[in-house]
Design a protein around this ligand. Structure first.
Ligand SMILES: [Zn+2]
Length: 270
């Protein structure tokens, strides 16, 4: 983790003052939805702390045959097993989350308040057990269409990005998730390719323009991957040729003095 710390410091120095307008701060790369996804996948495999590898397919209903259909439908939609938090979480206004995400949220919240925005975080870390309860409460029947309807918005236990504690759901205290997309707060967050969240190391979790990512796009969910990764992109590992969506987010390491090192690439990049 030492090289990452060095980069964080270097980026923090050239990123000051973080509260300044986007035009005055350092220039962050523009990312497509697929590239945001690649940053997240890279982060959970390489740079985010306190994560445990996925436990595997957990029971959902307890009926083995039904569970197999549910898991099959989930994987068809692009759901994947996600890591789980295994370190100390911190609570911000009663919402547990990873320390890195908390620090970013507090800074973003201050900037948002200054800009007149009123959204807050309604959910961050969620255990597989509570995810299971939530999914079951939304599953109305055992038909394929009932399963598909629930999977549009609700992850199976073990496949939610909330398990890691780095995903944040934003919304107005009195509003619904569905409404968040049309709020001025969302427009503020999404402006200039998500310039404000990016400066805090936050990226859209389920972007608008990505197919087969599990749930339908969720404009209210953001995930913290760290400022250094968003600023630098995925580092090029020595001697490896990378193809696919991630190739687009591998930036010249000269951009980040000290470098992030040639970390191991996750399997999905191979
Ligand atoms: Zn969420």
């Amino acid at each position: 983790m030492r090289s990452v710390t060095v980069v964080l410091l270097a980026v923090a120095l050239c990123a000051m003052p973080l509260g300044a307008g986007a035009a005055e701060g350092p220039e962050f790369p523009e990312y497509s939805g697929t590239e945001f996804q690649a940053l997240y996948e890279y982060a959970i495999s390489n740079t985010l702390a306190a994560l445990e590898t996925p436990a595997g397919q957990e029971p959902v209903t307890g009926n083995a045959e039904l569970d197999e259909r549910i898991w099959g439908a989930a994987f068809d939609r692009g759901y994947r097993l996600q890591p789980t938090a295994n370190g100390e979480l911190v609570s911000v206004a009663g919402v547990p989350m990873q320390p890195g995400a908390a620090e970013a949220w507090l800074a973003l919240r201050e900037e948002a308040h200054t800009a007149g925005m009123g959204f807050t975080v309604s959910s961050a870390y969620r255990s597989p057990a509570s995810q299971r309860a939530q999914f079951l409460s939304k599953l109305e029947g055992t038909s394929d269409s009932a399963i598909s309807a629930a999977l549009r918005w609700y992850s199976l236990p073990g496949t939610s990005k909330h398990h890691a504690g780095y995903a944040l759901d934003f919304r107005y205290p009195s509003g619904t998730f569905g409404e968040f997309r049309s709020t001025p707060d969302y427009a503020w967050l999404a402006a200039d390719n998500f310039a404000v969240p990016k400066r805090h190391g936050l990226i859209p979790s389920y972007p608008d323009d990505v197919e087969n990512q599990g749930p339908n796009p969720e404009p209210w969910e953001f995930v913290w991957v760290g400022t250094a990764l968003v600023y630098c992109g995925i580092p090029q590992a020595m001697g490896l040729t990378v193809e696919g969506p991630a190739a687009a987010v591998i930036h010249d390491l000269e951009r980040c003095p000290g470098g992030m090192g040639a970390a191991s690439l996750p399997e999905w990049l191979g």
